[in-house]
Design a protein around this ligand. Structure first.
Ligand code: HEM
Length: 417
């Protein structure tokens, strides 16, 4: 054992196991990552509840790994994009329960499937959607009570992002909260590790699969249309297996839901932590576009992505072996003090806010980044148009996971300034 540790280059202290969910519920990840960046930015953790893995904690190292997708794989065939171990789940008939999605594929399959989805997120599509997003955002904000406590996560963040997904999928409007439920179950890494809940989770995914199969059949009968399901049905992706179809839907649902949701919550929470910055933004709404990037940096809605080494590799002096998994910690990279001055502070006019890695890097960089920024920008603009200020009432409840980084519940009170 000792020899193995030595060949891996360092003796990693137990508290560097950042896969533990309580680090995130208790919001104490900051100093741990800081220590790693200072002492051993690339280090090997053994025997965590998610197995052995490398911590990769600086922007330079993360970008290096992401720029070598043929060496550091995203593929579900090697374990996919979260630190979860391969759970080898099966359906009741014994078929392996694997949900292939293009975020968890390598070239050339990744390229082909991304090409089908990407046209839904072009600047022209964003322009087409802008007025609709603004109208829906205005409706949600106008329905909120002033001077009375309510849960911002549920009433604003979840509502707005779920509505957006329903529009992207052309999903039955009255059933749209099903998308929220499915997304919460699919995206929760800890639920997948819980033996008792695993079956329930699979049942939920199958229910979702059946629901979407009906939508698939319905869209197949209709002609081409800009919604995401029609794009898949009427493209090269129509030969996907049922599980691959569900996999890609989960990708779009989780990708588009938890992340934007937690940025919208991070916006309120972050500005509440730094009232001087909130005032700066209130006094100067021209700062909104930059503030959007800064909120996404500061929040970092996905704490990590995982890669698996397909060959031995010397990564800045650390000996990575074939089969090793690497946690690329965006949460840490976005707090790197050599790139971001005073990194723990949300600074609405930070000059280099856009250098954050929250959307990843390289061939898998978030395909929905523009849409996410648009939704958040419009939320901030509509808040400013009403001169609304949200202040946080008491402690917030956080997501217990090392993957989705965000809030379960956040009571706030709205006032005007
Ligand atoms: C603030 C909001 C968001 C954040 C922080 C975020 C973050 C990410 C990250 C970290 C990746 C992986 C990048 C990598 O491996 O290098 C990713 C990929 C992806 N995201 Fe997002 N995302 C957001 C919003 C969205 C939205 C709104 C959608 C769609 C509705 C979306 C859909 C996707 C898809 C489909 C991929 C896979 C891309 C690929 O593998 O080529 N995301 N996102």
């Amino acid at each position: 054992m000792a020899t193995q540790l030595e060949t891996r280059g360092n003796l990693t202290p137990a508290h560097w196991d950042v896969s533990k969910p309580e680090i995130y519920t208790e919001d104490r990840w900051g100093p741990i990552f800081k220590e790693m960046r200072e002492i051993a930015p690339i280090n090997f953790v053994q025997e965590s509840h998610l197995g052995d893995y490398w911590n990769v904690t600086t922007p330079k190292a993360i970008q290096h790994v992401e720029a070598l997708p043929d060496i550091f794989s995203s593929s579900y065939e090697h374990g996919g994009i979260t630190l979860l171990p391969d759970l080898k789940e099966s359906l009741p008939d014994g078929t392996p329960f694997i949900l292939p999605m293009f975020i968890a594929m390598d070239r050339p399959d990744h390229t082909a499937e991304r090409r089908v989805i990407a046209p839904a997120f072009t600047p022209a599509e964003m322009t087409r959607m802008t007025e609709d997003i603004r109208r829906r955002t205005a409706e949600v904000l106008d329905s909120l009570p002033i001077g009375e406590s309510f849960d911002w996560v549920d009433k604003v963040s979840i509502e707005l992002t779920t509505q957006m997904l329903a529009i992207l999928f052309d999903f039955p409007w009255e059933d749209r909260r099903k998308l929220t439920l499915w997304s919460d179950w699919a995206g929760d890494v800890e639920l997948a590790m819980d033996d008792n809940k695993r079956e329930q989770r699979m049942a939920m995914m199958l229910e979702m699969g059946a629901y979407f199969q009906n939508l698939w059949d319905e869209r197949l009968k209709k002609g081409a249309a800009p919604d995401l399901i029609s794009r898949m049905v009427h493209s090269g992706m129509r030969d996907m297996t049922h599980l691959e179809y569900i996999g890609n839907l989960i990708l779009l649902i989780v990708g588009g839901n938890d992340t934007t949701r937690n940025s919208m919550s991070g916006y309120v929470y972050g500005l509440d932590q730094f009232p001087d910055e909130r005032e700066k933004l209130e006094q100067n709404p021209d700062l909104i576009p930059n503030a959007v990037s800064e909120i996404i940096r500061w929040q970092t809605p996905l704490a990590h992505m995982r890669r698996t080494a397909l060959q031995d590799y010397d990564l800045f002096g650390q000996q990575i072996r074939q089969g090793d998994k690497l946690g690329l910690w965006y949460l840490s990279a976005n707090r790197d003090e050599s790139v971001f001055e005073n990194p723990d502070k949300l600074i609405v006019d930070r000059k280099n806010a856009r250098r954050h890695l929250s959307f990843g890097y390289g061939i898998h960089r978030c395909v929905g980044a523009r849409l996410a920024e648009l939704q958040i920008r419009i939320l901030l603009e509509e808040m400013a148009a009403r001169r609304y200020r949200a202040t946080v009432d008491g402690p917030v409840e956080r997501v217990a996971a090392c993957f989705v980084h965000g809030y379960k519940k956040m009571d706030v009170t709205l006032s005007t300034y």
